[in-house]
Design a protein around this ligand. Structure first.
Ligand SMILES: *Cc1c(COP(=O)(O)O)cnc(C)c1O
Length: 384
């Protein structure tokens, strides 16, 4: 019985060629390929400015910094997210304040954000969880009049749309990930996009030690101008090796999303016929790239009929059939690192994190492999 993975990046000969060309050029650190990747990414995501970084985590840290978040500020974040979302404000000495999410989307809403605001709130990190677009306009309607910056965490969002545009296009500032678990990969890597030229310029300096003259500009002149360091910066650079991969990956994006949506539609149809399972779906305001395809296993505590297995039981049944699946998105407020964090009760976060399973979904997943997954879902639904 062959194993079915939960996720595999899609990389081809084109990426290998692109990396080889960078190696032959002799310029391997941040340089012309990073600049080209930034231009192309900005165009494809309808962003005014794009600044490549070493990861989405560092892009989030830069985004909060240029947005003016200060030590002691409160930043509203979902607990229902990868831990990096909560870590970003913590790095700045700000306090993450956890807000609950919608059961349909797994995302913060205008209501849950409004309930978590304090007089010290200066930013909100709005995640497009698993590639499901968050309702950015509704959250901005709450935050904009209060001068609270909404940072979109689009780590999983490349290829999803919100109100007819790529996610992130309507954000003042957004952060993206190119980790292999996401839709596009550069090995490790991230991007910050923003509509504000002054934020882009400061992020560009901060990622490179806040140097007044970039390494690329120094290289371009024989007698380099003297540089200065007006604030304390970071080394959050992407390399040209990574950017060369990213340029090729970006060209694959439409094809990747089309195949993922095709596979997701098959799952959605099958799950609709199984009592006690509910699948992630497109919200009214956009389309998902299905970066994470999750199902919620009903425990029967609500009005719906219970599924035949609980979440752990379904994971075991899948594993016995050689299928690798994952527990759903984590809840940061339950982690020891955030044991002292502030926040209200998070019933929807806890329900989703305890009862969801992420199923195999990736470009190369074959129809027959997907059919094996669906067979297990159907068998598990039979009451025993
Ligand atoms: C993966 C992820 C991150 C972190 O991305 P890295 O590129 O690995 O730093 C941040 N936020 C969310 C929502 C993620 O899923």
């Amino acid at each position: 019985m062959s194993r079915v993975d939960v996720m595999q990046p899609w990389l081809g000969e084109e990426e290998i060629e692109a990396v080889a060309a960078v190696l032959r050029s002799g310029w391997v650190a941040q340089g012309p390929r990073v600049a080209e990747f930034e231009r192309r990414f900005a165009t494809s995501q309808h962003a005014a400015h794009a600044v490549a970084t070493s990861s989405c985590t560092t892009a989030l840290q830069l985004a909060l910094t240029v947005a003016g978040v200060r030590p002691g500020d409160d930043v509203v974040v979902p607990s229902y997210s990868f831990i990096a979302t909560a870590n970003a404000p913590t790095y700045l000495g700000a306090r993450p304040v956890f807000a609950d999410v919608s059961a349909e989307t797994g995302n913060l809403t205008a209501e849950t954000v409004a309930a978590a605001l304090t007089p010290r709130t200066t930013a909100v990190i709005l995640v497009d969880q698993g590639g499901v677009p968050a309702d950015l306009d509704a959250v901005r309607e709450v935050c904009d009049p209060l001068g609270i910056v909404v940072v979109e965490d689009a780590a999983c969002g490349a290829g999803s749309t919100y109100r007819g545009r790529p996610v992130g296009a309507g954000a003042e500032i957004a952060a993206w990930s190119f980790h292999p678990r996401k839709i596009l990969t550069t090995g490790e890597g991230g991007m910050l996009t923003t509509s504000r030229p002054e934020w882009a310029e400061r992020a560009r300096r901060l990622r490179e030690h806040a140097m007044s003259v970039s390494a690329a500009d120094r290289h371009a002149s024989l007698v380099s101008p003297p540089e200065s360091y007006d604030e304390v910066g970071f080394n959050f650079r992407m390399t040209d090796l990574q950017a060369a991969v990213g340029i090729v990956q970006l060209e694959r994006l439409p094809e990747v999303v089309a195949r993922r949506r095709e596979l997701a539609a098959v799952y959605v149809k099958a799950v609709a016929e199984i009592d006690g399972l509910r699948a992630v779906a497109d919200p009214d305001w956009g389309t998902c790239n299905f970066q994470s395809f999750w199902v919620e296993v009903s425990t029967g505590s609500t009005t719906e009929r219970a599924y035949g297995l609980d979440r752990e039981g379904l994971l075991v049944a899948l594993a016995e059939a050689g299928i690798s699946a994952r527990r759903g998105i984590m809840a940061a407020h339950r982690q020891p690192a955030y044991a002292d964090a502030a926040g209200e009760a998070l019933p929807v976060t806890e329900r989703l994190t305890d009862n969801t399973v992420i199923l195999p979904l990736f470009h190369q997943l074959s129809d027959s492999e997907q059919a094996r997954v669906i067979d297990v879902l159907r068998e598990g639904g039979v009451r025993r």
